[in-house]
Structure formats: structure tokens, C-alpha cells
Design a protein. Structure first.
Lengths: 199, 277
């Protein structure tokens, strides 16, 4: 297995460790610096999973509140970023579970505006992205947790293994199973996308 | 020679580009001669293309995010002076007396998070000045960085609440601290930790810049000050090394920036499992 990307998540450095300890003792300035370092990561993961900025921000707020409350029990035995990914993944799952289906105009405002693409293409792309999110949300939990870290968190196999505390072989077998299910679920949408790309 | 069954178990990491060169070559050798596996790989790549098409979030300002989060946090605990070795060395009694004289028994703690539009703000500045004067030389940089970080937080908050004059004042106060960073780094007892701490200022300043990018002309001065500060800070954190040979005229180039990505570590090769746990 190639580990060229295995170190994309930063290890907890000395300064971060101090920020964590100070935050755990109730120092809000230290916590502000910790949030500043990681809020982009959390918002990106939540946005990829939910597709709306306002929802992603709500989830990110929830994540950092949970982190702040849980910091006194945090141990430095694994990198902070791995723990944060796990908290974020759980928060996204809880949010999706709680959420009632709504049609939000906000989501349509955030369609990626590539130059030269017509509104029909953008709408089709948006539909496909929503289908991907829904299909991932509907996976059995252990498959969903694993592939979410790859797709939403952009983690390597090695990082997923460390974040979930599972062997690399289990990561691979879960991704195998998750992608098989996704291909079945997304089959027609994938074919349409392929035809659109080759047209 | 790989069996067809073994090769199929490795098709997903192969399509994900997660195999070593050697492993990749072995799977590729099989895929080249197996129409079934080629079709499977094409389908997996098509799926991957869709999965990676989920875009990242658009840029978002940090200040409003933090202000909202801060409002929801439990009330801050009072700082414990006895936990800080710095204050122990300086004399707990003396420090406590200085705080009491400056801020009154309770006002000092309320002032710690005061923003420039708060009446307690001057007390906060005085408290910082006392704290800095009590700090021994090798540890002074840490306090200066905390103060600089506080100025940037204030600038963010003031800009976010439509007070560009106060935001500009905080950035100017931040700029005053910049020239002391280079000498402070040289004096620091733990230079690596000090560098890492100082780099957070760069991150925070960039965050201020990003937050201001979408604001109007009222914030033009803040934008300009932030831009100049970024250049000054860059010069302090990454000084240009002196030319090696004085006889040869060369154009000095900035020292390469330390990468935030650590060196990849080799790990044991996993064995794929045919079924999940």
C-alpha cells in the first residue's frame, strides 16, 4: 500500500497540545486559536456531506461545542485532527438523522458556476451530487462512517484506519462493500453522467 | 502471477490510486489482460469521479463563526495564576497585587475579553502591559504572540460589526509588535515551539484578510494594513539568508518555508479481507 498521502492530516504539534490543554482548562482564547486552525476542515466535511453552507455552519458549531465540552477528557494518544474528524462524522450523521426532508432554495443558490455550463447541466450536476449524498447517508453505519471519511474528509486509507481505530484491511473491505452498494444505488445516475461527459 | 479472485479484491485501492508502485504494476498487469476487471476498473473510476466532484465549502469569514460559537460556550473559568510557572517565578504576590491595583478585584477578568468598543478595554491594555513587563526575556515572545493574536481577534470582530476605524486601530497595534518577533525567536528557549506559535499569527492574519476580502470600501484601510502586516510578518518569520560567497553577486532568495506535511511514514502492508468484520 502506498503511503505517499498517509500524512495529510497534521500530527498534534507542541503548540497545538498547549492550546488543547489550555482550552480544556477553560481558556477561550486558546480555544479560539484551536478553532481557527481547524474550522475550515470541519466546515468542508460538513458542506460536502450536506450541500448547504448554512447547514454546514450549524454542524460545525455543534462540533466545536462538543469538542469544547469533551476536551477535558481528551487524551493525547491520537492526533487531534483524527479525533476531530470522528466527532465531525458523528455530528453529520446525527444531523442527517434528525433532519426532515426540505427543499431549500439556498442549495440552488450554491450551485457551482462553471463558465460555459448551461443551467441544465448545473441542475443535473446538482441532482447527481444530492443523489451521492443521499446514497452515502443510506449506507449501513460502518460502511457510511468509512466512506464518509474518504469522500467528505478526503482521508487516505491509513488516516481512515487511524481515525476509526480499525486495521487497514478492514478499511479496504468496507470501502469495497460501500462502493459496490453505491454503484448499485447510483447506477442510472452514473450512466447519465457518463453520457453527458462524452456527449 | 495474480489469480483473478485476488486481483479483484485489490481493484478498489488500485482505482483509488492507493497502491505502491510495485503493487500497482502487478494489478495493472492483470487488468491489462482481463476484460472483466478492466470493465470493473472503468466503472470504479466513473464512481470515483462522481464522488470527488462534491465541492468544498465556499470561503467563509471566521469572525462571525467564532462570535456565534463563543456566545454558546460555557462561561470561561477564571485563570489560575498558580498554574503558570511564569507567574510563580515573577512572584505570585506581586502579580496579584499589580492586577488588583490596575483593575479592581473583579474588573480585570471581565476586561480580559473586552473589545475596543468596550469601556473596560483600556484596563485590558494595561493588564497586558503589566503582564509583558513581568515576563522574563526568553518567554516574552509567547506573551507578545498572545497579545498580537488578541489584536487580530479584535480587528476581526470590529470589522464584522461594521467598525472599520476600530479594526484599523487594532491592526496598527498588531503591527507595532511585528518587529519584536524576529529577535524574540532568536532568544526563545524552545525555538521550534516558538516558530510554530509565531506561525499561528500568519494563519490568523490570513484569516483576517480573507474575511475582509468581500467587504466594501469602508474597510480599505484595514485591507491595506493587513496586506502590509503580512509582508512584514513574512519577513520576520522567514528572513532572507545571507549570501554565502561575498565575491559573487547573487540575488538572494527567500528561505524555503517549512512544509506543514510531515514526512510520510512507511506502514505495514495490509492484507485485504474478502468480507467485512
Amino acid at each position: 500500500m502506498d503511503n505517499a498521502d498517509a500524512a495529510a492530516l497534521p500530527e498534534t504539534d507542541g503548540e497545538e497540545r498547549r492550546l488543547i490543554d489550555r482550552s480544556a482548562a477553560g481558556d477561550q482564547e486558546a480555544f479560539r486559536q484551536l478553532v481557527l486552525r481547524h474550522h475550515r476542515l470541519v466546515i468542508n466535511v460538513a458542506f460536502r456531506a450536506l450541500g448547504e453552507v448554512s447547514l454546514a455552519e450549524d454542524v460545525a458549531q455543534e462540533v466545536f461545542l462538543k469538542v469544547y465540552r469533551a476536551l477535558p477528557t481528551y487524551r493525547h494518544d491520537k492526533p487531534f485532527a483524527h479525533w476531530l474528524h470522528r466527532v465531525t462524522s458523528n455530528a453529520v450523521t446525527d444531523f442527517v438523522r434528525r433532519r426532515k426532508p426540505v427543499i431549500s432554495l439556498d442549495a440552488f443558490d450554491q450551485l457551482p458556476m462553471a463558465s460555459g455550463s448551461d443551467p441544465q447541466d448545473l441542475a443535473a450536476r446538482h441532482d447527481l451530487q444530492r443523489a451521492v449524498r443521499d446514497a452515502i447517508a443510506a449506507l449501513p453505519s460502518h460502511y457510511r462512517d468509512t466512506i464518509s471519511l474518504q469522500v467528505f474528509g478526503e482521508l487516505s486509507y491509513d488516516e481512515i484506519a487511524k481515525t476509526l481505530d480499525i486495521p487497514m484491511g478492514t478499511v479496504m473491505s468496507r470501502l469495497n462493500a460501500a462502493k459496490r452498494i453505491l454503484r448499485e444505488q447510483l447506477g442510472p445516475a452514473l450512466q447519465n453522467d457518463e453520457q453527458a461527459n462524452t456527449a | 502471477m495474480l489469480s483473478h479472485a485476488t486481483a479483484r479484491e485489490w481493484l478498489i485501492p488500485y482505482a483509488d490510486g492507493m497502491l505502491s508502485t510495485d503493487e500497482h504494476g502487478r494489478i495493472e498487469g492483470h487488468v491489462g489482460g482481463c476484460a472483466d476487471c478492466r470493465t470493473e476498473v472503468d466503472a470504479l473510476r466513473q464512481l470515483n469521479l462522481v464522488l470527488v466532484s462534491l465541492p468544498p465549502a465556499p470561503p467563509l469569514a471566521f469572525a462571525p463563526f467564532w462570535l456565534k460559537l463563543q456566545a454558546a460556550l460555557p462561561a470561561p473559568k477564571r485563570a489560575s495564576l498558580t498554574r503558570s510557572p511564569r507567574f510563580r517565578r515573577a512572584g505570585i504576590a506581586f502579580a496579584a497585587a499589580a492586577f488588583a491595583v490596575l483593575a479592581g478585584a473583579s474588573g480585570a477578568f471581565a476586561a480580559q475579553s473586552a473589545l475596543p468598543d468596550n469601556p473596560l478595554y483600556p484596563i485590558k491594555l494595561s493588564e497586558e502591559a503589566v503582564r509583558l513587563s513581568l515576563t522574563p526575556g526568553p518567554e516574552r515572545l509567547g506573551v507578545q504572540i498572545q497579545i498580537g493574536s488578541e489584536r487580530l481577534r479584535e480587528a476581526q470582530a470590529m470589522a464584522a460589526t461594521g467598525k472599520p476605524d476600530l479594526a484599523a486601530r487594532s491592526v496598527r497595534a498588531f503591527r507595532v509588535l511585528i518587529p519584536s518577533i524576529g529577535p524574540g525567536l532568536e532568544r526563545a528557549s524552545d525555538q521550534r515551539a516558538a516558530q510554530s506559535q509565531a506561525r499561528t499569527l500568519e494563519i490568523e492574519l490570513t484569516a483576517v484578510q480573507e474575511a475582509n476580502a468581500t467587504r466594501g470600501d469602508d474597510d480599505a484601510e484595514v485591507k491595506q494594513l493587513v496586506l502590509t502586516s503580512l509582508g512584514d510578518l513574512e519577513a520576520e518569520l522567514h528572513p532572507v539568508p545571507p549570501a554565502v560567497n561575498p565575491d559573487v553577486t547573487t540575488v538572494a532568495t527567500p528561505a524555503p518555508q517549512a512544509t506543514s506535511r510531515p514526512t510520510p511514514r512507511p506502514t505495514d502492508r495490509p492484507k485485504p479481507k474478502p468480507s467485512d468484520d
